[in-house]
Design a binder for this molecule. Structure first.
Ligand code: HAM
Length: 422
């Protein structure tokens, strides 16, 4: 019978790679803790309307990429293509806006976009999201970017570029859209999508992937020239703070991001090694979103790391756990019985331990231990059992010695601790 395969654009994450994912997530969690962010776990399905209203109906995400279907009750639901909108939804629904201070959340998990799959682009991909709600201070923008930098630094990622721009407030955007529209109508050769976009949502043209449009856009006006005084001040303060904290950035006057909700600061982190899909993370400020979704007029700022892409540029050696597991090789029925208790005792002492129940030969058990990556093998035959002894073999050096069974636990703990200290 033909094997059933995974859905196109969706992949399995297997060990040992899954251990690197765990390491990335643990590292991010630790940094989030230091900065006061707490975890939200939200549903994968939301009402379609949530995304249409927040991300924007002319964006690629909403227009072409959502996994939307009608459920059995006749409601239109969508697998989340991103998390910011649903964080705001949950924030409002659960009345989290109450009380003073910035509300800080992180969220990790899969997102779904029906894009053409290629390297670094999947239909189910994973994001590490961070959202800070309730302050318009430029210090918050800088701090969140600093925190992202801390995460990426702890993960030993290098050769990253931080691209920054300001998209201004709705007034700046009105002024800019008027200038941009003039420019867009003064040139020929736009792709069919952009011919439509220049009428309804000219900012989206700046995000077009078509080569000809990109070429034409090289002389387009830039947002920075349309910023009002307050937005201009906000932007310079963010840049000054980034400089002050020693973060290298590049101003990217044409960066608009692929979602409509951004205001003021917008940024992306790219890694050249990724090729065409080079954004590892992206984010920015969304001051109108909470109100747009029916809440109070509260500002917000956040980012999402694309975990799949991050893992693709993570140095090979990072995040691999040093294996310190023990394999108990039992030879004979009574040795097996003894090992059943021993293996539990080792686990109880915090050591990863396994054994074979199938009565294989010593040779077969040794090769099994090798395949499992055991650091030590403890061999127990009937003769050793009668003498109260067990042989411990170091799988790295190949050396082995006989010790008292009673001392196995403490001996292995000492060996593991000594190795950890190295
Ligand atoms: P985004 O730029 O659409 O922003 O996605 C963030 C990151 O998710 C991208 O930089 C990329 O690394 C990854 N990503 C996006 N699409 C794919 C894909 N098809 N396959 C693999 N990775 C992908 C947002 O989603 C915003 N919600 C970020 C944000 C949070 N802004 C404010 N707060």
């Amino acid at each position: 019978m033909a094997l059933i395969r995974a859905v196109r654009g969706m992949k399995d994450i297997l060990p040992p790679e899954s251990e690197r994912w765990q390491w990335v997530e643990t590292t991010a969690r630790e940094v989030f803790r230091l900065y006061g962010y707490r975890e939200l776990r939200l549903p994968l399905l939301e009402r379609t309307e949530l995304f249409a209203r927040s991300i924007g109906t002319d964006t690629d995400i909403v227009a072409k990429e959502m996994y939307t279907f009608i459920d059995r009750h006749g409601d239109s639901v969508t697998l989340r293509p991103e998390a910011t909108a649903q964080v705001v939804r949950a924030f409002l629904e659960n009345r989290l806006e109450k009380g003073a201070g910035v509300k800080k959340y992180f969220l990790m998990g899969p997102m779904f976009r029906y894009e053409r799959p290629q390297k670094g682009r999947y239909r189910q991909f994973y994001q590490i999201n961070c959202e800070a709600l309730g302050s318009d201070a430029p210090e918050l923008d800088a701090e969140v970017i600093l925190m992202l930098w801390e995460i990426l630094g702890r993960l030993k990622l290098s050769n990253l570029r931080l691209l920054v721009n300001s998209l201004g407030c709705p007034e700046c955007q009105e002024d800019f859209k008027a200038k941009l529209k003039l420019f867009l109508f003064s040139r020929e050769g736009w792709c069919p999508d952009c011919l439509r976009r220049r009428e309804v949502n000219p900012l989206r043209v700046l995000d077009c992937k078509s080569q000809t449009c990109r070429e034409l856009l090289k002389t387009a006006p830039v947002l920075k020239d349309s910023l009002c005084e307050a937005c201009s001040r906000h932007y310079s303060r963010v840049l000054t703070l980034l400089e002050q904290f020693g973060i290298d950035f590049e101003e990217q006057p044409r960066l608009v991001r692929g979602l409509d909700y951004y205001t003021r600061t917008a940024f992306e982190v790219t890694a050249a090694a990724l090729g065409a899909q080079d954004a590892v993370a992206g984010g920015g400020r969304y001051n109108g979103l909470i109100r747009e979704l029916g809440g109070p007029d509260l500002p917000g700022f956040g980012f999402a790391i694309g975990e799949d892409r991050l893992l693709e540029v993570l140095p090979e050696a990072e995040g691999r756990s040093a294996d310190q597991s023990v394999f108990l090789a039992a030879l004979g029925r009574s040795a097996l019985e003894r090992c059943l208790t021993l293996v539990q005792e080792l686990r109880g002492a915090g050591l990863a331990a396994e054994m074979d129940f199938d009565g294989r030969s010593l040779k077969a058990q040794m090769s099994l231990a090798d395949r499992l990556g055991a650091r030590w093998v403890a061999i127990l035959g009937d003769r050793e059992l009668a003498a109260g002894e067990i042989v411990v073999r170091d799988m790295k050096s190949g050396s082995q010695e006989s010790i008292r069974i009673m001392e196995l636990k403490s001996a292995l703990k000492n060996l593991a601790a000594a190795e950890e200290g190295n």
